[in-house]
Design a protein around this ligand. Structure first.
Ligand code: UGA
Length: 437
């Protein structure tokens, strides 16, 4: 069957679903997208999005005539045979993925042989097989997503690879999905469903491992006087290692790495295997966020009553997503130490308000820095590189900055009068931090 002019169904219009819908529309397909939240569907139908993702609003506007949003599953089933399931699979109390939303969708599907379920949601390996056992007439394809927030539209339209898992009997369905992605280029990996599911989990776990690894190297660099930036550069030039995801900092955040590493560890554990490495990867990440507190105390002594500015709140730049953001841990620890955190983020303040009700939110970076005894750069928003650091130093009660992303020019900051400390960045003797007050 040709997929030309194929109408595509998207079920679940969260971040993945909305990007998927917008990008398929951009490729010329009609898309009917369904969500169970009426307010969301109404807003999207009016052209309003709820998430900040570069390029997304523009695609939705440009392709509005090819996009329909609805709350009715029946409308999707009538219009589309390819159904991209993009519902979320948050962690349960046990750390396993919560598949209840996936199950609800599967229960609503018409297993009459006319529809293909394409699983985009991140699910434990084995989920596809279980669904196929329950609904033997349903064609099932696993097509995990590898989009990064903040560059999701570009990632969708220019994929490194497209993974398509289809088991015997579903080859034609797999080929239909492969055809959809064909115009985008990128290496096509056609495999079985369980291997496709594992590729997704293993990829995120490996990226998380890379970050925890370089963060531990950064911590050792601090002990021996090396610079982790230089170390990353030197390592990354080895093609077997590669330069990406070797930026040391205050650890990963976001809705994916934390959830997926724990889910993979649980998945292994459920089948009797102890995934030791992942336990360390997760623990290193948790401790890395807390190390910032130690750095502040080294300079300031007790943090009680001290105003500490947090520059950036989102888990990474170009998104307003606060899920599992390092800022949440930092703000909580600062308050636990009796400090008075004040924070600024260019776009995540709205979402942060509910999560950090006791943290003062400033209208600009300079306002956050005003009167602060220290600042922590939490998210590497480009605008922080443009701050007039001399003015900032003058406004702060004590110009001390912990750069949690090794984002700023250390020499510039020191020339502006700052005590500067990064993560695993060499501190020259001349610029060594002063002792606690
Ligand atoms: C991640 C993966 O990169 C995507 O491939 C995947 O599709 C997605 O999860 C998902 O499963 O949905 P995302 O969480 O959006 O994407 O963001 P990343 O760019 O991977 O960053 C994750 C965290 O790692 C951020 O907090 C970032 O600041 C941190 N990070 C990243 C580092 O600390 N160092 C690095 O070198 C890179």
């Amino acid at each position: 069957m040709s997929t030309e002019r194929e109408t595509i169904g998207v079920i679940g219009v969260g971040w993945v679903g909305l990007v998927t819908a917008a990008c398929f529309a951009e490729l010329g397909h009609r898309v009917i997208a369904r969500d169970i939240v009426p307010e969301k569907v109404e807003a999207l139908s009016r052209g309003e999005t709820m998430i900040h993702e570069p390029g997304l609003d523009e695609l939705l506007r440009k392709n509005a005539d090819r996009l329909t949003f609805t709350t009715e599953m029946g409308e999707v089933l009538d219009a589309a045979s390819l159904l991209f399931v993009c519902v979320d699979t948050p962690p349960t109390h046990s750390g396993d993925d919560d598949l209840s939303r996936v199950r609800t969708v599967v229960d609503e599907l018409d297993a009459d042989g006319d529809h293909v379920l394409v699983m985009k949601s991140t699910v434990p390996a084995g989920t596809g097989n279980a669904i196929r056992r329950d609904l033997p007439n349903l064609a099932y394809v696993s097509c995990p997503e590898f989009l990064k927030e903040g560059s999701a539209v570009a990632d969708f339209l220019h994929p490194d690879r497209v993974v398509i898992g289809a088991d015997p009997g579903d080859e034609a369905a797999g080929a239909m999905v492969a055809d959809l992605y064909e115009p985008l280029g990128g290496e096509l990996v056609q495999t079985d469903v369980t291997s496709a599911e594992m590729i997704k989990l293993a990829s995120n776990a490996f990226l998380a491992t890379k970050i925890s690894f370089i963060n531990e190297i950064a911590n050792v660099c601090e002990e021996v006087g090396a610079d982790v930036g230089e170390v990353s550069r030197g390592m990354g030039l080895d093609e077997r290692i590669g330069p990406r995801f070797l930026s040391a900092g205050i650890g990963w955040g976001g809705s994916c790495f934390g959830k997926d590493t724990i889910a993979l560890k649980k998945l292994a554990g459920n089948s009797g295997y102890h995934f030791q490495l992942l336990s360390a990867v997760i623990e290193v990440n948790e401790l890395q966020k807390r190390r910032v507190i130690g750095k502040l105390k080294k300079h300031l002594g007790s943090l009680a009553g001290r105003r500490i500015a947090l520059l950036g709140l989102a888990f990474k730049p170009e998104t307003d997503d606060m899920r599992d953001a390092s800022s949440l841990v930092l703000a909580g620890r600062l308050e636990g130490e009796g400090a008075e955190p004040v924070a600024y983020d260019p776009i995540a303040a709205g979402r942060a308000r509910q999560l950090l009700p006791t943290v003062e939110l400033a209208p600009s970076a300079l306002d956050a820095l005003d009167g602060a005894e220290a600042a922590v750069l939490v998210t590497e928003w480009p605008e922080f590189a443009e701050i007039d650091w001399r003015e900032a130093a003058g406004r702060m009660a004590r110009p001390l900055l912990v750069d949690g992303r090794n984002f700023l020019d250390a020499d510039e900051l020191r020339a502006a009068g700052f005590e500067y400390e990064g993560i695993g960045r060499a501190v020259s003797a001349a610029a060594a931090p002063s002792r606690a007050d």
